[in-house]
Design a protein around this ligand. Structure first.
Ligand code: ADP
Ligand code: TRP
Length: 326
Protein backbone atom coordinates (compact mmCIF):
# COMPACT_ATOMS: atom_id res chain seq x y z
CA UNK A 1 0.00 0.00 0.00
CA UNK A 2 1.23 3.43 -0.87
CA UNK A 3 0.92 5.75 2.08
CA UNK A 4 0.62 9.47 1.64
CA UNK A 5 4.21 10.25 2.51
CA UNK A 6 5.85 7.78 0.15
CA UNK A 7 3.91 9.01 -2.86
CA UNK A 8 6.01 10.57 -5.57
CA UNK A 9 5.29 14.03 -6.90
CA UNK A 10 3.67 14.55 -10.30
CA UNK A 11 3.37 17.98 -11.84
CA UNK A 12 1.97 19.50 -14.99
CA UNK A 13 0.31 22.59 -16.36
CA UNK A 14 -1.63 23.83 -19.34
CA UNK A 15 -1.39 27.27 -20.92
CA UNK A 16 -4.68 29.19 -20.78
CA UNK A 17 -4.62 30.15 -24.44
CA UNK A 18 -8.08 29.40 -25.77
CA UNK A 19 -10.21 26.34 -25.18
CA UNK A 20 -8.63 22.91 -24.67
CA UNK A 21 -9.27 20.37 -27.42
CA UNK A 22 -9.47 16.61 -27.28
CA UNK A 23 -5.78 16.39 -28.23
CA UNK A 24 -4.94 18.29 -25.05
CA UNK A 25 -7.31 16.08 -23.12
CA UNK A 26 -6.14 12.66 -24.29
CA UNK A 27 -2.50 13.70 -24.73
CA UNK A 28 -2.08 15.41 -21.38
CA UNK A 29 -5.04 16.37 -19.18
CA UNK A 30 -6.60 12.92 -18.85
CA UNK A 31 -3.36 11.63 -17.43
CA UNK A 32 -3.52 14.24 -14.67
CA UNK A 33 -6.71 12.57 -13.51
CA UNK A 34 -5.45 9.02 -14.07
CA UNK A 35 -2.38 9.70 -11.92
CA UNK A 36 -4.07 11.51 -9.05
CA UNK A 37 -4.34 8.44 -6.80
CA UNK A 38 -0.82 7.18 -7.32
CA UNK A 39 1.03 10.51 -7.13
CA UNK A 40 0.87 13.75 -5.23
CA UNK A 41 -0.25 15.74 -8.24
CA UNK A 42 0.41 19.45 -8.64
CA UNK A 43 -1.55 20.88 -11.54
CA UNK A 44 -1.35 24.54 -12.42
CA UNK A 45 -2.51 27.19 -14.87
CA UNK A 46 0.53 28.18 -16.94
CA UNK A 47 -0.47 31.83 -17.24
CA UNK A 48 3.08 33.24 -17.28
CA UNK A 49 3.75 30.96 -20.25
CA UNK A 50 0.54 32.15 -21.91
CA UNK A 51 1.89 35.71 -21.81
CA UNK A 52 4.50 34.70 -24.38
CA UNK A 53 1.75 34.62 -27.00
CA UNK A 54 -1.27 36.44 -25.52
CA UNK A 55 -1.43 40.14 -24.94
CA UNK A 56 -5.11 40.72 -24.30
CA UNK A 57 -5.87 40.98 -20.58
CA UNK A 58 -9.59 40.31 -20.91
CA UNK A 59 -9.05 37.23 -23.04
CA UNK A 60 -6.35 35.88 -20.77
CA UNK A 61 -8.53 36.31 -17.68
CA UNK A 62 -11.38 34.49 -19.39
CA UNK A 63 -9.12 31.65 -20.51
CA UNK A 64 -7.76 31.27 -16.99
CA UNK A 65 -11.26 31.05 -15.50
CA UNK A 66 -12.29 28.55 -18.13
CA UNK A 67 -9.25 26.36 -17.64
CA UNK A 68 -9.91 26.10 -13.90
CA UNK A 69 -13.44 24.91 -14.71
CA UNK A 70 -12.07 22.46 -17.28
CA UNK A 71 -9.64 21.01 -14.74
CA UNK A 72 -12.44 20.42 -12.25
CA UNK A 73 -14.85 19.14 -14.91
CA UNK A 74 -12.48 16.45 -16.18
CA UNK A 75 -12.31 15.05 -12.68
CA UNK A 76 -9.30 16.54 -10.92
CA UNK A 77 -10.10 16.08 -7.26
CA UNK A 78 -8.98 19.05 -5.16
CA UNK A 79 -8.79 16.71 -2.15
CA UNK A 80 -5.97 14.86 -3.88
CA UNK A 81 -4.50 17.40 -6.26
CA UNK A 82 -2.98 20.80 -5.59
CA UNK A 83 -4.53 23.07 -8.20
CA UNK A 84 -2.95 26.51 -8.44
CA UNK A 85 -2.18 29.50 -10.60
CA UNK A 86 1.40 30.10 -11.65
CA UNK A 87 1.11 33.81 -10.85
CA UNK A 88 0.26 33.01 -7.22
CA UNK A 89 3.80 31.67 -6.85
CA UNK A 90 6.20 34.54 -7.57
CA UNK A 91 9.11 32.35 -6.39
CA UNK A 92 8.87 30.76 -9.84
CA UNK A 93 10.11 33.93 -11.47
CA UNK A 94 12.90 34.26 -8.93
CA UNK A 95 14.03 30.70 -9.60
CA UNK A 96 13.82 31.37 -13.33
CA UNK A 97 16.27 34.23 -12.85
CA UNK A 98 18.70 32.05 -10.92
CA UNK A 99 18.51 29.43 -13.68
CA UNK A 100 18.87 32.13 -16.37
CA UNK A 101 22.29 32.85 -14.94
CA UNK A 102 23.29 29.19 -15.40
CA UNK A 103 22.15 28.48 -18.94
CA UNK A 104 23.68 29.90 -22.09
CA UNK A 105 22.16 31.58 -25.12
CA UNK A 106 23.33 28.90 -27.64
CA UNK A 107 21.88 26.20 -25.41
CA UNK A 108 18.46 27.91 -25.33
CA UNK A 109 18.61 28.47 -29.09
CA UNK A 110 18.25 24.70 -29.54
CA UNK A 111 14.69 24.70 -28.17
CA UNK A 112 12.10 23.63 -30.81
CA UNK A 113 9.52 26.29 -29.95
CA UNK A 114 12.09 29.04 -30.38
CA UNK A 115 13.55 27.50 -33.54
CA UNK A 116 10.09 27.05 -35.14
CA UNK A 117 9.20 30.64 -34.41
CA UNK A 118 12.42 32.04 -35.83
CA UNK A 119 12.21 29.74 -38.87
CA UNK A 120 8.84 31.37 -39.64
CA UNK A 121 10.55 34.75 -39.57
CA UNK A 122 8.88 35.79 -36.30
CA UNK A 123 11.13 37.63 -33.86
CA UNK A 124 10.85 35.82 -30.52
CA UNK A 125 10.32 37.82 -27.36
CA UNK A 126 12.80 37.26 -24.55
CA UNK A 127 9.93 35.56 -22.70
CA UNK A 128 9.42 33.05 -25.48
CA UNK A 129 13.16 32.45 -25.68
CA UNK A 130 13.20 31.82 -21.95
CA UNK A 131 10.09 29.59 -21.97
CA UNK A 132 12.00 26.35 -21.20
CA UNK A 133 13.74 27.95 -18.20
CA UNK A 134 10.45 29.05 -16.63
CA UNK A 135 9.12 25.56 -17.30
CA UNK A 136 12.15 24.09 -15.51
CA UNK A 137 11.38 26.34 -12.53
CA UNK A 138 7.75 25.10 -12.53
CA UNK A 139 8.94 21.52 -12.36
CA UNK A 140 11.97 21.82 -10.10
CA UNK A 141 10.60 24.17 -7.44
CA UNK A 142 8.35 21.46 -5.95
CA UNK A 143 10.89 18.75 -6.88
CA UNK A 144 8.55 16.83 -9.20
CA UNK A 145 9.39 13.21 -10.02
CA UNK A 146 7.17 12.79 -13.05
CA UNK A 147 5.67 15.20 -15.56
CA UNK A 148 2.71 13.97 -17.62
CA UNK A 149 2.77 15.72 -21.00
CA UNK A 150 2.31 15.11 -24.70
CA UNK A 151 5.24 14.01 -26.84
CA UNK A 152 5.99 17.53 -28.08
CA UNK A 153 7.06 18.51 -24.58
CA UNK A 154 9.81 15.90 -24.17
CA UNK A 155 12.55 18.33 -25.12
CA UNK A 156 11.44 20.70 -22.38
CA UNK A 157 11.70 17.96 -19.78
CA UNK A 158 15.16 17.03 -21.05
CA UNK A 159 16.21 20.65 -20.73
CA UNK A 160 14.77 20.69 -17.22
CA UNK A 161 16.95 17.71 -16.27
CA UNK A 162 20.00 19.47 -17.69
CA UNK A 163 19.27 22.59 -15.63
CA UNK A 164 18.82 20.49 -12.47
CA UNK A 165 22.11 18.70 -13.14
CA UNK A 166 23.96 21.93 -13.79
CA UNK A 167 22.65 23.55 -10.62
CA UNK A 168 23.42 20.44 -8.55
CA UNK A 169 26.98 20.25 -9.95
CA UNK A 170 27.72 23.84 -9.11
CA UNK A 171 25.86 24.30 -5.83
CA UNK A 172 25.35 20.79 -4.45
CA UNK A 173 22.40 18.42 -4.53
CA UNK A 174 19.23 20.52 -4.56
CA UNK A 175 16.91 19.32 -7.32
CA UNK A 176 15.49 16.01 -8.54
CA UNK A 177 15.87 15.05 -12.17
CA UNK A 178 12.26 14.53 -13.31
CA UNK A 179 10.97 12.07 -15.91
CA UNK A 180 8.33 12.76 -18.54
CA UNK A 181 5.23 10.55 -18.47
CA UNK A 182 3.81 9.87 -21.93
CA UNK A 183 0.94 7.58 -22.86
CA UNK A 184 2.22 5.98 -26.04
CA UNK A 185 -0.97 5.12 -27.94
CA UNK A 186 -2.32 8.64 -27.61
CA UNK A 187 1.02 10.39 -27.97
CA UNK A 188 -0.31 12.38 -30.93
CA UNK A 189 -4.06 12.86 -31.44
CA UNK A 190 -4.80 13.71 -35.08
CA UNK A 191 -6.85 16.77 -35.92
CA UNK A 192 -9.80 16.89 -38.31
CA UNK A 193 -7.35 17.37 -41.22
CA UNK A 194 -5.06 14.50 -40.19
CA UNK A 195 -2.20 16.70 -38.92
CA UNK A 196 -1.51 16.83 -35.18
CA UNK A 197 -4.54 18.41 -33.51
CA UNK A 198 -3.46 21.90 -32.47
CA UNK A 199 -5.00 25.26 -31.66
CA UNK A 200 -2.60 26.78 -34.15
CA UNK A 201 -3.83 24.63 -37.09
CA UNK A 202 -7.58 25.27 -36.70
CA UNK A 203 -8.23 21.52 -36.85
CA UNK A 204 -9.49 20.91 -33.33
CA UNK A 205 -12.49 19.32 -31.69
CA UNK A 206 -13.04 21.57 -28.65
CA UNK A 207 -13.37 19.38 -25.56
CA UNK A 208 -16.26 21.42 -24.13
CA UNK A 209 -17.62 22.70 -27.43
CA UNK A 210 -21.38 22.97 -27.97
CA UNK A 211 -23.19 20.11 -29.71
CA UNK A 212 -23.19 22.15 -32.91
CA UNK A 213 -19.45 22.90 -32.73
CA UNK A 214 -18.60 19.28 -32.10
CA UNK A 215 -20.89 18.08 -34.86
CA UNK A 216 -19.34 20.51 -37.32
CA UNK A 217 -15.81 19.42 -36.39
CA UNK A 218 -16.51 15.66 -36.51
CA UNK A 219 -18.53 15.83 -39.75
CA UNK A 220 -15.67 17.82 -41.27
CA UNK A 221 -12.98 15.18 -40.60
CA UNK A 222 -11.00 14.66 -43.79
CA UNK A 223 -11.03 11.16 -45.34
CA UNK A 224 -10.10 9.59 -48.66
CA UNK A 225 -12.82 9.01 -51.26
CA UNK A 226 -13.51 5.29 -50.70
CA UNK A 227 -17.16 4.24 -50.97
CA UNK A 228 -19.10 2.72 -48.05
CA UNK A 229 -18.89 -0.78 -49.53
CA UNK A 230 -15.10 -0.60 -50.15
CA UNK A 231 -12.82 -2.31 -47.62
CA UNK A 232 -10.74 0.28 -45.76
CA UNK A 233 -7.76 0.26 -43.47
CA UNK A 234 -8.99 1.61 -40.11
CA UNK A 235 -5.45 2.33 -39.00
CA UNK A 236 -5.09 4.91 -41.77
CA UNK A 237 -8.37 6.69 -40.99
CA UNK A 238 -8.56 9.88 -38.91
CA UNK A 239 -12.10 9.05 -37.78
CA UNK A 240 -11.05 5.63 -36.56
CA UNK A 241 -8.06 7.09 -34.69
CA UNK A 242 -10.59 9.12 -32.66
CA UNK A 243 -12.86 6.08 -32.22
CA UNK A 244 -9.97 4.30 -30.48
CA UNK A 245 -10.00 7.06 -27.85
CA UNK A 246 -13.74 7.38 -27.38
CA UNK A 247 -15.67 4.33 -28.59
CA UNK A 248 -15.85 1.48 -26.07
CA UNK A 249 -15.57 -2.23 -26.80
CA UNK A 250 -17.21 -4.28 -28.25
CA UNK A 251 -18.45 -1.51 -30.56
CA UNK A 252 -14.89 -0.53 -31.45
CA UNK A 253 -14.14 -4.03 -32.80
CA UNK A 254 -17.38 -4.01 -34.79
CA UNK A 255 -16.39 -0.73 -36.38
CA UNK A 256 -12.94 -2.12 -37.19
CA UNK A 257 -14.64 -5.05 -38.89
CA UNK A 258 -16.93 -2.69 -40.81
CA UNK A 259 -13.88 -0.89 -42.17
CA UNK A 260 -11.88 -4.02 -43.01
CA UNK A 261 -14.72 -5.93 -44.63
CA UNK A 262 -16.37 -2.92 -46.22
CA UNK A 263 -19.93 -1.88 -45.47
CA UNK A 264 -19.26 0.95 -43.03
CA UNK A 265 -19.02 4.31 -44.78
CA UNK A 266 -17.10 7.31 -43.45
CA UNK A 267 -20.35 9.25 -42.97
CA UNK A 268 -21.77 6.58 -40.69
CA UNK A 269 -18.49 6.19 -38.88
CA UNK A 270 -18.59 9.93 -38.13
CA UNK A 271 -22.18 9.74 -36.91
CA UNK A 272 -21.30 6.98 -34.46
CA UNK A 273 -18.26 8.94 -33.30
CA UNK A 274 -20.41 12.03 -32.69
CA UNK A 275 -22.98 10.04 -30.72
CA UNK A 276 -20.29 8.42 -28.60
CA UNK A 277 -18.49 11.68 -28.00
CA UNK A 278 -21.64 13.36 -26.72
CA UNK A 279 -22.21 10.44 -24.36
CA UNK A 280 -18.60 10.52 -23.22
CA UNK A 281 -18.60 14.26 -22.50
CA UNK A 282 -22.05 14.46 -20.83
CA UNK A 283 -20.95 13.78 -17.23
CA UNK A 284 -18.02 16.19 -17.56
CA UNK A 285 -20.34 18.89 -18.90
CA UNK A 286 -22.54 18.42 -15.88
CA UNK A 287 -19.64 18.78 -13.51
CA UNK A 288 -18.45 21.87 -15.32
CA UNK A 289 -21.87 23.42 -15.02
CA UNK A 290 -21.89 22.74 -11.28
CA UNK A 291 -18.60 24.58 -10.75
CA UNK A 292 -19.64 27.37 -13.09
CA UNK A 293 -22.67 27.94 -10.89
CA UNK A 294 -20.60 27.81 -7.70
CA UNK A 295 -17.75 30.31 -8.13
CA UNK A 296 -17.22 30.46 -4.35
CA UNK A 297 -16.21 26.81 -4.29
CA UNK A 298 -13.81 27.35 -7.18
CA UNK A 299 -12.23 30.34 -5.44
CA UNK A 300 -11.75 28.29 -2.30
CA UNK A 301 -10.09 25.48 -4.23
CA UNK A 302 -7.65 27.95 -5.80
CA UNK A 303 -6.94 29.55 -2.41
CA UNK A 304 -6.12 26.19 -0.90
CA UNK A 305 -3.87 25.32 -3.85
CA UNK A 306 -2.14 28.66 -3.50
CA UNK A 307 -1.51 28.18 0.23
CA UNK A 308 -0.13 24.68 -0.20
CA UNK A 309 2.17 25.67 -3.05
CA UNK A 310 3.35 28.87 -1.40
CA UNK A 311 4.64 26.88 1.57
CA UNK A 312 6.52 24.49 -0.72
CA UNK A 313 7.86 27.39 -2.79
CA UNK A 314 9.05 29.43 0.18
CA UNK A 315 10.96 26.48 1.63
CA UNK A 316 12.62 25.63 -1.62
CA UNK A 317 13.55 29.18 -2.56
CA UNK A 318 15.10 29.64 0.89
CA UNK A 319 17.31 26.63 0.21
CA UNK A 320 18.20 27.98 -3.25
CA UNK A 321 19.07 31.41 -1.87
CA UNK A 322 21.36 29.85 0.69
CA UNK A 323 23.04 27.69 -1.92
CA UNK A 324 23.73 30.51 -4.35
CA UNK A 325 24.80 32.96 -1.66
CA UNK A 326 21.91 35.40 -1.52
P1 ADP B 1 -1.72 23.29 -28.95
O1 ADP B 1 -0.79 22.62 -29.93
O2 ADP B 1 -3.13 23.07 -29.32
O3 ADP B 1 -1.38 24.76 -28.77
P2 ADP B 1 -0.48 22.96 -26.40
O4 ADP B 1 0.85 23.19 -27.02
O5 ADP B 1 -1.06 24.05 -25.55
O6 ADP B 1 -1.51 22.59 -27.55
O7 ADP B 1 -0.42 21.61 -25.57
C1 ADP B 1 -0.92 21.40 -24.25
C2 ADP B 1 -0.66 19.95 -23.86
O8 ADP B 1 -1.43 19.08 -24.68
C3 ADP B 1 0.80 19.50 -24.03
O9 ADP B 1 1.17 18.59 -23.01
C4 ADP B 1 0.79 18.81 -25.37
O10 ADP B 1 1.80 17.85 -25.48
C5 ADP B 1 -0.61 18.18 -25.39
N1 ADP B 1 -1.11 18.10 -26.76
C6 ADP B 1 -1.43 19.12 -27.58
N2 ADP B 1 -1.88 18.69 -28.77
C7 ADP B 1 -1.85 17.34 -28.72
C8 ADP B 1 -2.19 16.30 -29.64
N3 ADP B 1 -2.68 16.56 -30.84
N4 ADP B 1 -2.02 15.03 -29.25
C9 ADP B 1 -1.54 14.75 -28.02
N5 ADP B 1 -1.20 15.67 -27.10
C10 ADP B 1 -1.35 16.95 -27.43
N1 TRP C 1 4.79 23.97 -22.02
C1 TRP C 1 3.61 23.25 -21.62
C2 TRP C 1 2.67 23.17 -22.83
O1 TRP C 1 2.79 23.90 -23.78
C3 TRP C 1 2.90 23.93 -20.47
C4 TRP C 1 3.75 23.93 -19.25
C5 TRP C 1 4.33 25.02 -18.66
C6 TRP C 1 4.12 22.79 -18.48
N2 TRP C 1 5.05 24.61 -17.56
C7 TRP C 1 4.94 23.26 -17.44
C8 TRP C 1 3.85 21.43 -18.60
C9 TRP C 1 5.51 22.39 -16.50
C10 TRP C 1 4.40 20.57 -17.66
C11 TRP C 1 5.22 21.04 -16.63
O2 TRP C 1 1.80 22.37 -22.79
Amino acid sequence: MITKDTKKIGLSGVKPTGRPHIGNYFGAMKQFVDLQDEFHMHIFIAEYHALTTMQNGEELRESINNLVLDYLAIGLDPEKVTIYRQSDIPELTELTWVFNCLVTVPWLERAHAFKDRTAKGIEASVGLFDYPVLMAADILLPNADIVPVGKDQIQHIEMTREIARKFNNIYGDTFNEPEEHIVENVAVVPGTDGQKMSKSYGNTIPLFGTDAEIKKAIMGIVTDSKLPEDPKNPDECNIFALHTLITPEPQLSEIRKGYEQGGLGYGDSKKILLENYLMFIAPMREKRKYFEENPGIVRQILDEGKNTMQKIARNKIKEVRERVGL
